[in-house]
Design a protein around this ligand. Structure first.
Ligand code: ADP
Ligand code: MG
Length: 245
């Protein structure tokens, strides 16, 4: 395939004061590819995700999304944010709006969609994540798993070209993890480009095209899951896997 990758990080460095949180990170993600990022707490996984939709700036190197360097501000930045959907550990839904309103708000305000069109699209997305019957409720009336599925629907409503997930199941009760991973797995199968930070090694194994292992701000290894899990090349990856598997 000669198609240009959708996301390209080239020599990316980031410091928080004296802390070097991203060290010469190179990563390219093809259209339709699913990259699962794993690694110890504090290794820079969230910062990496946040840098891709410019919730964090970087100090050197470059990030190119869909052929364009990340915009610094203005309309181009809002467009980037809608083209790169992000789902966080905490669902970040608007508490005083219904689930349907949560999903239609961005399309109406940012994309200028007509209300009726936005509602129709939102309902089809809520259907797709299995919570259409919760549309008129408020977030607090839903379970954690339902709220996270609503957050995924809200991101999808912006018709993103890629989705970033930062530990989307870490705040959930164990019995709700599966329903969220199922939604993510079907998105992956439908060809969505995804970068997923997770501790769910089962998901990494079956849904990832490649697994990226981070430690101390470095992308230490990146390989297809079979190769990575069965034959990690670095000591750090081996140590990490010994602890989590
Ligand atoms: P991970 O997601 O892998 O746990 P993070 O990207 O959240 O790692 O954090 C990487 C390092 O940067 C950690 O040491 C963390 O404490 C630090 N860090 C993250 N955000 C900030 C911030 N806004 N200011 C200062 N340090 C930060
Ligand atoms: Mg994190």
């Amino acid at each position: 395939m000669t198609e240009e990758p959708l996301i390209v990080l080239d020599g990316v460095n980031k410091w928080f004061g004296k802390l070097h949180v991203l060290r010469d990170v190179n990563l390219s993600v093809a259209k339709g590819e699913v990259v699962v990022v794993i690694g110890p707490s504090g290794s820079g996984k969230s910062t990496l995700c946040r840098a891709i939709n410019r919730l964090e700036t970087i100090d050197s190197g470059s990030i190119v999304f869909d052929g364009q360097p990340l915009p610094a501000e203005g309309r181009a930045l809002s467009r980037l944010r809608s083209e790169v959907g992000m789902v966080f550990q905490s669902f970040n839904l608007f508490a005083h709006k219904t689930i349907l309103e949560n999903v239609t708000l961005g399309p109406i305000k940012v994309r200028g969609e007509k209300k009726a069109e936005a509602r129709e699209h939102a309902m089809s997305l809520l259907e797709r994540v299995g919570i259409a019957d919760q549309a008129d409720k408020h977030p607090a009336q839903l379970s954690g798993g339902q709220q996270q599925r609503a957050a995924i629907a809200r991101a999808l409503a912006m018709r993103p070209k890629a989705m970033l997930f930062d530990e989307p199941t870490s705040a959930l009760d164990p019995e709700m993890v599966g329903e969220v991973l199922d939604v993510m797995t079907s998105l992956a199968r439908e060809g969505m480009t995804m970068v997923v930070v997770t501790h769910e090694m089962g998901f990494a194994r079956h849904a990832a095209e490649r697994v990226a292992f981070m430690a101390d701000g470095q992308l230490v290894e990146i390989a297809p899951p079979g190769e990575f899990f069965d034959n990690p090349r670095s000591d750090r990856a081996r140590d990490f896997l010994a602890k989590v598997l």
